[in-house]
Write a protein that binds this ligand. Structure first.
Ligand SMILES: [Zn+2]
Length: 219
């Protein structure tokens, strides 16, 4: 078994290092390359695709509860299009793609976790789009998902993400969607939220006009 194939297997089957050692003890696993070789290859692959740096981001102090700018870890993917392309090729090979009208839809969304914020791309036109391993993390920072932090870090990936919309992969056209709840989408589009002058995600009516019952002009 080649190192790449072994790495693909442990990722695909969610095999831990401990489980891999057990598999190797059975004769069936004897041609699996060494853990050291697999680790090394994993590092090479990760090094090639991700950038890591520190940026001054808003952090909430645990003592004072106030916000202050603090050096924070930021990691993002470079060559996102190539990586998504590789995922698409893999799904294509496994007969896992279900394109619709010659289009493949991708969604771009955010996710706030324990002390960190993640932005990820998911391929929608596959047989099980909600599987955790279909989540391709493209940006991660160790700070809350407030507007300041999003504005400071999103430019690392936003250009490449928006450029993918309308691009061709094989014979299919890629469509990129922003995905998330209202609170998240207002931040993504740089709006201030329900009390801002422009609260709506779909039109440019002002808060006052919406309250006055005005309807948007539809071109
Ligand atoms: Zn509206």
């Amino acid at each position: 078994m080649s190192v790449d194939k072994a790495l693909a297997m442990i990722t695909d089957c969610n095999v831990t290092w401990e489980q891999l050692r057990k598999i190797k003890r059975y004769s069936a696993g004897q041609n699996i390359p060494s853990e050291r070789k697999i680790c090394k290859r994993q590092e090479e692959l990760i090094d090639g695709v991700f950038m890591a740096t520190t940026q001054k981001l808003m952090q909430r102090s645990t003592r004072t509860k106030g916000l202050s700018l603090t050096d924070s870890a930021v990691v993002w993917m470079t060559k996102i299009e190539d990586t998504i392309g590789a995922h698409l090729e893999q799904h294509f090979m496994l007969d896992n793609l279900v394109p619709f009208n010659n289009e493949i839809w991708l969604k771009f969304g955010g996710d706030q976790g324990e002390g960190s914020t993640k932005f990820e791309v998911q391929i929608l036109n596959i047989k099980s789009p909600n599987a955790t391993r279909n989540v391709i993390v493209v940006l991660l920072f160790e700070a809350p998902d407030c507007l300041y932090n999003i504005e400071a870090t999103l430019p690392n990936v936003s250009c490449e993400i928006s450029n993918m919309n309308g691009k061709k992969w094989r014979d299919y056209t890629l469509r990129m969607f922003g995905f998330g709840d209202y609170a998240y989408l207002t931040k993504l589009y740089g709006l201030l939220g329900p009390t801002g002058r422009y609260p709506c995600l779909f039109c440019t009516l002002t808060n006052r006009e919406i309250h006055a019952g005005k309807t948007p002009d539809v071109a």
